[in-house]
Design a protein around this ligand. Structure first.
Ligand SMILES: Nc1ncnc2c1ncn2[C@@H]1O[C@H](COP(=O)(O)OP(=O)(O)OP(=O)(O)O)[C@@H](O)[C@H]1O
Length: 250
């Protein structure tokens, strides 16, 4: 079996008396989608924050691509190739899809300021940016401001940006949230393809998407992983059914 690209070992995090992450270990292997599911307040988002570096664990380690990244900042983790999708709507609404993608390519190339060369004219940014947009089916929307993209298109733009940043593994917190059924279908197809380029660890509440996409599922309840397995194993697991899925899983 291939070595995991991402490995979380014995992470613990408490907020006061509340143990939000209680000795969590899991990994992400090349080519897979690993979904993290669990009831509201189980600690899924806090776990993702600890993996991407915006929340420091109390104890435990995070390893990426063979190296210990526990002490790295979110920006250093992103530069190392651990990508996280973020809401494009919170960036610059007037910037076009292409401009966002070009800025992501520029960040990857490590040239933040080019005073004498307008970004919009730079072919070394434009071509990889257009390729990232094409990868998510947005090549025809390159000139459209982010604010004018549909919700589903913005989600795809987020994916294009992490690709343009050179991410080799992706963390996604509820990628399906707010998508209509058409948008969910498109994003499901895209993520399904994408796993070969960059494996994905995702938190997701949409069980149809989880069971359609995931190679493995981990179930988090009160900060603890109660089960990890294939969708079939998770569906049939009595502890999971009792703790979380209920009879809908039948
Ligand atoms: N910065 C913080 N300070 C104190 N408590 C926090 C903080 N962040 C999260 N919590 C608490 O930790 C618990 C886990 O929250 P978290 O958002 O990680 O859960 P979740 O599984 O992602 O939930 P949901 O599915 O509703 O998004 C919750 O009880 C939450 O109120």
């Amino acid at each position: 079996m291939a070595e995991p690209i991402l490995r979380i070992a014995n992470l613990r995090k408490s907020f006061g008396a509340l143990k939000v992450t209680d000795d969590v270990s899991l990994d992400l292997r090349p080519g897979e989608i690993h979904a993290l599911i669990g009831p509201n307040g189980a600690g899924k988002s806090t776990l993702i924050h600890q993996i991407c570096g915006s929340v420091a664990p109390d104890t435990g380690r995070v390893f990426f691509d063979g190296g210990d990244i526990t002490g790295l900042s979110p920006a250093e983790r992103a530069r190392a190739g651990l990508g996280r999708t973020f809401q494009v709507s919170t960036v610059v609404p007037e910037f076009t899809a292409l401009a966002h993608a070009m800025l992501a390519v520029q960040a990857r190339q490590g040239t933040s300021f080019r005073f004498f060369r307008p970004v919009a004219l730079d072919r070394s940014l434009r071509e990889p940016a257009l390729a990232a947009l094409a990868r998510v089916g947005l090549e025809g929307r390159a000139g459209v401001p982010a604010a004018a993209l549909s919700h589903g298109e913005r989600r795809r733009l987020e994916v294009a940006l992490v690709l343009a940043l050179g991410s080799r593994a992706l963390l996604m917190d509820e990628p399906m949230a707010g998508m209509g059924s058409e948008g969910s279908r498109e994003l499901t197809a895209l993520l399904s393809e994408l796993r070969r380029e960059a494996p994905i660890l995702m938190v997701e509440h949409d069980m149809d998407a989880v069971f359609a996409l995931a190679d493995r599922i981990s179930v988090l309840v009160y900060g603890r992983i109660v089960a990890t397995g294939t969708p079939d194993e998770i569906r049939g697991d009595p502890i999971v059914r009792e703790a979380y899925l209920g009879e809908d899983a039948a």
